[in-house]
Design a protein around this ligand. Sequence first.
Ligand SMILES: [Zn+2]
Length: 268
Amino acid sequence: MAPVIHHMNCGTMCPHAGVRLALVPSDPGHIVCHCLLIEAADGLVLVDTGYGTGDIAAPKRLGPARLLLNAKLDREETAVARVRALGHDPADVRHVLATHLDLDHAGGLGDFPNAEVHVHSTELAAARAPKRDAKLRYRTAQWAHGPRWAAHDAVDGEPWFGFPRVRLLEGAGVEIAMIPLHGHTSGHTGVAVDTGDGWLLHAGDAYLDHGEIASPPRRGRALTAYHRVNSVDEALRRTNVERLAELARDPAVSVFCAHDPLELRRLG
Ligand SMILES: [Zn+2]
């Protein structure tokens, strides 16, 4: 049976107009945290968590990036509130899949303390012991509760549309995989979900604006500069985005990223 999949905004951000224009030039109104809730046969699966109630209770835990991103920190937008609004018990979220552990993706982990948190092993290692600048993006207070981490890196023999894949949650009744898309962070991944009528690929922060995977691609100088500053391996990220642009032309796959509001409107 095809899984029911909900697209949710779990954290509106309203950075300074100049930053907005740089990040999502195609639609600079505001920026979202695009998360998925998947109703699988054996429970709920959440892909990314946006900002959580812990961030609202103690915004300072977000550190200096809070000022740049200017997250609204609206309780109604948290994943836990979204799950409840959809008529579910948050305790039924058995699995959280994190594209990566930047502060605008991992804030809600504490709202699902019993869920298993699946993440690429390289990402988990980088986030648990952040060095220098990485301390700005990885906010260890967001996982001070001690999540049940499940670190993955075993690539399946069978690629997914030419990409290496790490198969996850076998037996959950939904075909789901981590697609390593390193570059933005060292263990950044996409998450591919079989909808029963094609595939979704949540590409996390591999790119930020749908123009980046358009053909021909559109990216302004400000966005290029942003990626250069915020990627741990910009050359690798760029290579992955070129492959995503090619993939996006395949009608069997719907590719979207974490922060583009237009993509969320299209899919939500
Ligand atoms: Zn992000």
